[in-house]
Design a protein around this ligand. Structure first.
Ligand code: IPE
Ligand code: MG
Length: 222
């Protein structure tokens, strides 16, 4: 989800209002994803690099997660949405961790749509932390290093149990992964959309999905 700031700047509004409008898009796109039969939707909503932004903006983004959960958790739950948050918990304020834990707990039996929110997430950190825990389990003899598979290693990632993404969409014309799901994105189709995130609509999601449907995926085979 990129382009909230530019959306606001184009309207001479504070960035905060761009983020706020971005949350409206989140709500619409979550609903649209459910309607389209998408089972897993992952939103990159706060990267580990976003701490470098001015403290006011960081606070706004933290506040929006809180507000999103407060306003929409009930509706998400009623619609069978299973909410899961990936990313580093350490470094987040205790009340944010409570909100996250509560959202996961409340929706854990739902299975219509798995909504994964990457929050304080960075792909390299995820892989590095997984590697450390993995190495520790080898060191204490819990795992034998020759017997383990990539699937065993994947259990150490935040996305344990979540399938790899088929399609990654980035809005606002930037063509980078920016540390998003680095391990999991190995075979993902990439779709870059010029629209700014607050302008992104169900039609754009449908366009991305049909574009995806037209691509031939061979996973390296022929
Ligand atoms: C994305 O919009 C919001 C998040 C950080 C999730 P930006 O804030 O990056 O908007 P631009 O790139 O400045 O337009
Ligand atoms: Mg940006």
């Amino acid at each position: 989800m990129d382009g909230n700031g530019r959306w606001a700047a184009a309207r001479h509004l504070p960035r905060r209002l761009g983020h706020r409008q971005g949350v409206e898009t989140v709500r619409n796109i979550v609903r649209a994803a459910g309607d389209l039969g998408i089972r897993y939707l992952t939103l990159y909503s706060f990267s580990s690099e976003n701490w470098k932004r001015p403290v006011d903006e960081v606070n706004d983004l933290m506040g929006l997660l809180q507000e999103f959960v407060r306003r929409h958790l009930k509706e998400l739950d009623e619609n069978g949405v299973n909410v899961r948050i990936i990313g580093e918990r350490s470094g987040l304020a205790p009340h944010i961790i409570d909100i996250i834990d509560n959202a996961e707990r409340q929706t854990r039996n739902n299975d219509r749509l798995f909504l994964v929110i990457a929050f304080n997430y960075g792909g390299r950190t995820e892989i590095f932390e997984a590697a450390k825990r993995f190495a520790n389990d080898v060191a204490i003899g819990k795992l034998g290093v020759d017997a383990v598979s990539q699937a065993d290693f994947e259990c150490y990632l935040d996305t344990k149990g979540i399938p790899d993404p088929d399609l990654i969409i980035r809005t606002s014309g930037e063509q980078r992964l920016s540390n998003f799901l680095l391990w999991q994105a190995a075979y993902a189709e990439l779709f870059f959309c010029e629209k700014l995130w607050p302008d992104f609509r169900k039609e754009d999601l449908e366009q991305a999905v049909s574009h995806f449907a037209g691509r031939e995926r061979r996973f390296g085979a022929r």
